[in-house]
Design a protein around this ligand. Structure first.
Ligand SMILES: Nc1ncnc2c1ncn2[C@@H]1O[C@H](COP(=O)(O)OP(=O)(O)OP(=O)(O)O)[C@@H](O)[C@H]1O
Length: 446
């Protein structure tokens, strides 16, 4: 198998199956809703990327299952999106990273500011962890603390059990990719890639290294170009190749796709996932894009006001949000008064004034006889969003809840008209009481 073929996931428009069966098609996140009318087929409850049609999700799932057959992984037992192994020279043993009680205070004119406030998280070797959270919640600061670019006020970082908190940046075996890529414009692609090994006098066969990395990142033939002669996606791949040139055991990416348009982003993130899996490097990515985090990461860490609100697999965090903040931050929710008909009918009790409901937890029926405990509502409006359809449901006490379904699901299952009566059920266990102060993401500081 040629290296070019190995990197096929980097081709724009090529869609690789997810390496994580069951996650990329999770109905709990950006979910598809359930409609259970009489004599209607039940929808397939799975999620691909938001608004991906159920048929596409089904075919993805089949591909994922094939990928997961015993013996299908050639990457040290790790799932591989391509079923192909890394070039041996590029393969590394990713570090196990443990962040313990990390605190960072910045001096500001208004006093000390707590940017990171007691963050603890473990990252297993070779895994991808996404740091997610609102702007200013401390994601980049934690990344910089792990890199050694900031000195912690308190807390420790361990690589493979070794305390590296006091080590300099070059002594940490890291690779970096930043949003702007920070490529050297006056150097060729090849020189950009070999910059690190040359500075560190690593004594590598630089020509061979460049070839391997150009192949891995599908940039063959572009080694002699200068950065201004590259597209945004190509620059991003050069940045990844350069970050991997010193065989890092931890790769840190801060909004690596931020400057790219959504189509290129999607294609590149699948390529990146494939590359880091094959190389085996432990990877931490800061992103604002939840779809990106869900698509690429084994673990997600949700930040709020400098603290970690929750971390776990994307499924865990989406299905079992542990706080109103996480439930509100991850995926779609509707906010309704705790005293409204829907909440009372479902028998949900809370001492909070509001309740969150995920559209993906809504069950609809068109026949009251089938669900006498349901809350009646009317389809108040229906919006065609291209690949999806949004229904606006109005309950009899004038409380509104909306839900979005893919066009295919709508055609095959929903097909409701404006003014139609529906009967709504939401499992009380899926509701969460909250006050607006619980979901306020304004930075705390001190
Ligand atoms: N050098 C600094 N001095 C003072 N405050 C800082 C410094 N660096 C970061 N901060 C503050 O710390 C908080 C966390 O910043 P950080 O960049 O980690 O947030 P973030 O979650 O990465 O945000 P974004 O998603 O917008 O990049 C912010 O309020 C920021 O203003």
């Amino acid at each position: 198998m040629s290296a070019a073929a190995r990197c096929s996931s980097l081709h724009a428009g090529v869609r690789l199956p997810s390496a994580f069966p069951g996650r990329a098609v999770d109905p709990q996140h950006h979910g598809q809703q359930q409609l259970l009318p009489a004599q209607r087929p039940q929808p397939r409850h799975r999620r691909a990327a938001p608004l991906v049609a159920a048929a596409e999700a089904a075919s993805l799932e089949e591909q994922q299952q094939q990928q997961q057959q015993p013996g299908s992984s050639e990457n040290g037992g790790q799932p591989s999106t391509s079923g192909r192994g890394a070039a041996p020279a590029l393969k590394v043993r990713g570090a196990k990273v443990v962040v313990q009680d990390m605190v960072k205070h910045f001096e500001t004119r208004r006093g000390l500011f707590k940017a990171v406030n007691g963050a603890s998280v473990d990252m297993e070797p070779g895994t991808i962890t996404a740091l997610l959270g609102p702007s200013g919640s401390g994601k980049t600061t934690l990344l910089r603390l792990i890199a050694g670019l900031e000195e912690p006020t308190a807390g420790r970082v361990f690589f493979d059990g070794e305390d590296i908190t006091g080590r300099s940046v070059p002594d940490r075996d890291l690779g970096f990719v930043f949003q702007g890529y920070a490529l050297f414009k006056h150097m060729t692609v090849a020189d950009n890639i070999t910059f690190g090994p040359r500075m560190r006098k690593m004594g590598l066969d630089l020509e061979a290294k460049v070839e391997e990395l150009l192949q891995l990142t599908e940039l063959e033939g572009l080694g002699g170009r200068y950065p201004p002669q590259l597209s945004g996606g190509q620059k991003q791949r050069v940045a990844v190749a350069r970050a991997l040139a010193c065989n890092p055991r931890l790769l840190l990416l801060d909004e690596p796709f931020g400057a790219l348009d959504p189509v290129v982003r999607k294609s590149l993130r699948h390529g990146l996932r494939d590359i880091v899996r094959r190389v085996g490097v432990t990877t931490i990515i800061v992103t604002h894009d939840q779809e990106e985090a869900w698509d690429i990461a084994d673990h997600v860490v949700i930040f709020n006001k400098g603290a970690i609100e929750q971390h776990g697999t994307p499924e865990e965090v989406a299905k079992e949000p542990m706080s109103p903040f996480v439930m509100n931050f991850v995926g779609d929710v509707s906010h309704v008064p705790a005293s409204c008909q829907l909440v009372r009918k479902m028998g949900f009790h809370t001492d909070k004034p509001f309740v969150m409901v995920r559209p993906s937890d809504i069950r609809l029926r068109t026949n009251f006889e089938e669900c006498q405990s349901c809350a009646p509502a009317t389809v108040h409006d229906k919006a065609n969003l291209g690949k999806s359809v949004r229904y606006y449901l109005r309950f009899d006490d004038d409380v509104d809840v909306d839900l979005t379904v893919s066009r295919k699901v709508d055609e095959e299952v929903y097909d409701l008209g404006v003014g139609q009566r529906v009967f709504v059920q939401v499992p009380p266990a899926k509701m969460m009481g909250f006050d607006y102060s619980d979901i306020d993401a304004t930075s705390a500081g001190i």
